[in-house]
Ligand binder design. Structure first.
Ligand SMILES: [Zn+2]
Length: 176
């Protein structure tokens, strides 16, 4: 099914149940990395990836790579001063295309693909979108590629309006 058909479909009772299941998976207790804001965290992260001349570093400082590896693997989440907890979509939720049995995660994945399509060039959005682990609210996520807060539903609608429907049969991002 095309991504736009997935996110345009009405939310069913089964999907609501799947959402609760996904939330409990996302909110499992794990290492917490405290930060004042997601913007600051990724600003610092990108700063340490470069030399003072702006070239990419070959080797990152180990303490920071530990933090980031935990986040990437879903073994760590970021905790903000307001108590909210944030996880990467790829870490615990969206691993691969196609075969996801959870209807809420299928919708999330479709929205991620639309975000990618709208904002291209863009890294795979499942590796850049950070969600509130307790709510999995798609209307307020942080994108580490865009370096901004986004509303995935609004982005999908904008992509649909400005770029048109997905090519028939395409299940991933269209070429070109
Ligand atoms: Zn983005």
């Amino acid at each position: 099914m095309n991504p736009d058909a997935v996110w345009k479909a009405p939310v069913t009772a089964a999907e609501l149940a799947d959402r609760i299941e996904a939330q409990s998976r996302a909110a499992l207790p794990i290492r917490e990395i405290r930060t004042d804001s997601l913007e600051d965290y990724w600003r610092e992260w990108s700063a340490i990836q470069s030399t003072p001349d702006g070239d990419p570093l070959e080797i990152y400082p180990p303490v920071l790579t530990d933090d980031f590896t935990w986040i990437q693997k879903g073994e760590g989440l970021l905790r903000l001063p307001d108590g909210s907890r944030w996880i990467l979509a790829s870490a615990r939720l969206v691993r691969q295309r196609g075969r996801e049995p959870n209807a809420f995660l299928r919708r999330l994945h479709a929205l991620l693909l639309e975000h990618e399509r709208l904002r291209r060039p863009h890294a795979p959005a499942r590796t850049t979108i950070v969600l509130d682990a307790d709510t999995l609210d798609v209307r307020r996520v942080f994108c580490t590629d865009c370096r901004d807060w986004r509303d995935l539903q609004a982005d999908a609608e904008e992509a649909d309006r400005t770029l048109g429907p997905w090519p028939a049969g395409a299940e991933s991002r269209p070429a070109g």
